[in-house]
Write a protein of this length. Structure first.
Length: 83
């Protein structure tokens, strides 16, 4: 069974080295409360999701912005599966 979650980017914190060069972005996402029913597929009442992850690919820096909405899909896979 696949599960789709709707999330909101709450914050993006830039991480820099000692010279001020960007090295990463720390992203925090939360569940969307009034999402038109997407989160109702996995949550009966108030949804609770918190995702925190670090982006370290410079090509992606600046692409994820606070206030943006995303779908996160949970798709079962085998341990060693490659996409």
């Amino acid at each position: 069974m696949n599960i789709r979650m709707k999330v909101l980017v709450g914050s993006v914190k830039k991480v820099v080295d000692h010279d001020g060069n960007p090295t990463a972005e720390e992203v925090s996402m939360q569940a969307v409360f009034n999402d038109g029913g997407v989160n109702a597929s996995w949550c009966k009442w108030t949804p609770h999701i918190t995702f925190n992850f670090t982006v370290s690919n410079p090509k992606v820096f600046g692409e994820i912005k606070p206030g943006q909405f995303y779908y996160v899909d949970l798709v079962p896979t085998e341990k060693d599966a490659v996409i």
